[in-house]
Design a protein around this ligand. Structure first.
Ligand code: SF4
Length: 233
């Protein structure tokens, strides 16, 4: 087994895996370059700071205390079968496995489906704005394939939409919600955009960032389409 590269670790969280106490491993490398990325130090492929075997030993010591381990990034699936093998070892310890993913690797997601119990999938914008947001022409289509693959497994998922007003309007949010509803998605999360590295020429305003969350009619419309809508504002 080749080694995975772990660039960060959260030892305890109640918000990264629904209903379970979890640890989060942040894997190094991402094929996208989102304008709003809050983890730019994890984007380039390279050596991770954390020894995966020591992390594994630490996870062994957390049995009975934690319930789940979430693989995040960067994009964890960029590390291919090495990360799937590592997930399997962690699952054999008795943990549920979660994956935060941008959906860029549908074939790997299909291969990971027997070891991953839950995913949080990013649906970042409508198709016409995906490339300018992510820097990747095929990111939207790959995300859509990943969504189809995961829905076919019947496993649990949450689709996340981050409302960066530079790339998404209220009408776009409604279009995305309609698409997800029509495809049978039951749980979504709508996340407020928090500026980390905005340049002054393209700065957003608090009002523009809040607009998705203060429109009661929009909220009611979207809430009616799903079993669960989490508004993370
Ligand atoms: S997919 Fe996530 S980690 Fe990758 S560039 Fe976008 S925001 Fe950053």
């Amino acid at each position: 087994m080749s080694e995975i590269q772990i660039g960060g670790l959260v030892s305890f969280t109640t918000i990264d895996y629904p209903g379970k106490l979890a640890a989060v491993l942040f894997l190094v490398g991402c094929p996208l370059r989102c304008a709003y990325c809050s983890n730019p130090h994890l984007l380039n492929v390279g050596a991770g700071e954390y020894d995966p075997e020591r992390v594994f030993q630490w996870l062994q010591s957390r049995r009975g205390k934690l319930e789940a381990v979430v693989f995040s990034g960067g994009e964890a699936l960029m590390q291919g079968d090495a990360v799937i093998d590592y997930m399997r070892r962690v699952r054999d310890l008795g943990f549920a496995i979660g994956l935060h993913t941008n959906g860029f690797y549908p074939n790997l997601l299909a291969r990971a489906a027997d070891v991953v119990d839950w995913i949080g999938l990013d649906y970042k914008a409508t198709r016409d704005k995906y490339q300018s947001l992510t820097g990747q022409a095929i990111a939207y289509d790959n995300m859509q394939k990943s969504l189809d693959i995961w829905l076919a497994t019947g496993h649990d998922l949450e689709v996340r939409i981050t409302c960066d007003p530079r790339f998404i309007e209220k009408s776009d949010l409604k279009k995305i919600a309609d698409d997800l509803h029509n495809r049978g998605v039951k749980k979504i999360a709508i996340q407020k955009y928090i500026p980390h590295f905005e340049d002054a020429a393209h700065a957003t305003t608090p009002d523009a960032r809040d607009a998705f969350f203060t429109d009661d009619a929009l909220r009611t419309q979207i809430n009616s389409l799903f079993d669960s809508v989490i508004w993370r504002d």
